[in-house]
Design a protein around this ligand. Structure first.
Ligand SMILES: [Zn+2]
Ligand SMILES: [Zn+2]
Length: 443
């Protein structure tokens, strides 16, 4: 057996000595995986029979489908000083993510065919993770006229959203739902009532009063979600609620699912491990929208992941340059990077405390988010793309600023020790992490 890092572009090979985690099947077995022409050729338990194909040693690591993140901000075009498609997809590969869907709040917004094509071209040139553009639901994300969904979908857009902002009115939301239903694509809502948020900067509660920071009530998110779910009763179409952060939102989604409405939802890693009390240090990397909420909310979100009310986890990777975050808390732009820590947060805060099994937790970042967008990713099914992540579930590592491949370093976790480390990421059977090392940036 050869060491996996000695992979030299072989098109047909076997990775042995791995613990294969197949979240879709719910199985965890010592075994091996065969790759042929960039696709999964076979997956089996035990040790491989002697074969003519080269066999690489997986080092005893766990092997799972490549992770899928359906909510990232790649910032290109327009904000290349924060992130580029290249740096963002390198961060994805470093974090074990082989497929990412990027949000349209770029400049220009992803509201025309040419912008979708530009993103796909750039992603292909970079050669790191697969990128699925999410188009702007309305022209320029202005919340007025709808974009041309037909053109956008034809060019490769997989969903529509005005993320960064909500679709502002019930009238426009209804039109977005009606129009997107014609194309079978989901409408992804950034649930926020801007009049309720007003000039708030953190979760409204005891700590906002204590810290003297303006609060954002939980109902800022819930009003918008409730509005959309009521419209969904009239216009049943694929509706996905992004980055849910409150207990009330969980209750609303739960009730809608009981009614059989076609709703799916996600939460983000920071809502599972941080609380408003953690803002006492005024760390601007903890200014996020929606804000980090209270203990009750955090617990309700974990329960909702366990019982399936919330379908998946997405990072909401939101890079900002250092100088933008080195300001007063209420002046800082909201958002945190997440691609390189999401897996470790899942391991540290869901798996290690026993909230979920390894396989169930990985479902949240593999086949379940892939299913929300209807993309071919997140499984180890024979014939599917050989996108795979090898990781050590036990390894502890210290999050350091210079460990990031992302161009921006606005992570809330710098200085924290996390459990679970990505060791290798394979994209279409190619050892993508090897190219990261060659580029000579980051760790
Ligand atoms: Zn958002
Ligand atoms: Zn976002």
């Amino acid at each position: 057996m050869r060491n996996l890092s000695e992979w030299q572009g072989e098109r047909e090979y076997v990775i042995a000595n791995v613990i294969v985690v197949d979240p879709k099947k719910g199985s965890v077995n010592e075994g091996y995986v065969g790759v042929r022409d960039g696709r999964i050729a076979f997956v089996d338990a035990g040790e491989p029979q002697i074969s003519s194909q080269p066999v690489f040693d997986g080092g005893g690591f766990h092997l799972s489908p490549g992770f899928v993140d359906i909510h990232v901000h790649l910032r290109e075009p327009g904000y290349e000083y924060k992130e580029t498609i290249r740096s963002g997809t390198m961060a994805a590969i470093a974090g074990g993510f082989t497929s990412v869907a990027c949000m349209p709040n770029t400049d220009p917004a992803i509201d025309e065919k040419s912008v979708v094509e530009f993103i796909l071209r750039k992603a292909k040139m970079a050669g790191f993770a697969k990128v699925y553009p999410i188009a702007a639901a309305t022209k320029g994300r202005k919340g007025e006229r709808l974009s041309e969904y037909h053109d956008l979908v034809e060019a490769g857009a997989v969903a529509v959203s005005d993320d960064g902002s909500p679709v502002p009115t019930a009238q426009v939301a209804r039109r977005v739902m009606e129009y997107s239903s014609n194309f079978g694509i989901p409408f992804i809502e950034h649930c926020e009532d801007l009049t309720a948020t007003a000039d708030g900067v953190m979760h409204e509660g005891y700590y906002s009063t204590k810290l003297g920071l303006r609060g954002i009530p939980a109902y800022s998110e819930e009003i918008c979600l409730a509005r959309d779910l009521l419209i969904l009763r009239t216009v049943p179409t694929k509706y996905h609620a992004a980055h849910l952060s409150t207990k009330g939102s969980v209750e609303l989604v739960s009730e809608a699912k009981k009614r059989g409405l076609p709703v799916t939802s996600e939460t983000a890693p920071h809502y599972l491990c941080l609380e408003d009390k953690d803002l006492t240090g005024f760390n601007t990397c903890l200014r996020i929208n929606p804000p980090i909420r209270g203990a009750d909310d955090r617990e309700a979100l974990i329960e909702a992941l366990k019982d399936g009310t919330i379908d998946c986890i997405a990072s909401d990777h939101a890079p900002h340059a250092a100088q933008e975050k080195q300001v007063e808390f209420d002046e800082a732009p909201p958002g945190a990077i997440g691609l390189e820590t999401t897996f470790s947060i899942v391991m540290t805060y869901l798996v290690r405390p026993g909230h979920m099994s390894l396989s169930d937790a990985l479902s949240l970042i593999t086949h379940r988010p892939a299913r929300v967008l209807g993309i071919a990713a997140g499984t180890l099914d024979v014939g599917e793309p050989a996108d795979m992540t090898l990781f050590d579930p036990e390894e502890e590592w210290l999050v350091e600023e210079d460990s990031f491949h992302s161009k921006s370093k606005n992570s809330p976790y710098i200085g924290m020790k996390l459990t679970g480390k990505v060791k290798h990421t394979l994209l279409d059977g190619n050892l993508a992490t090897a190219s990261l090392e060659k580029s000579g940036i980051g760790g």
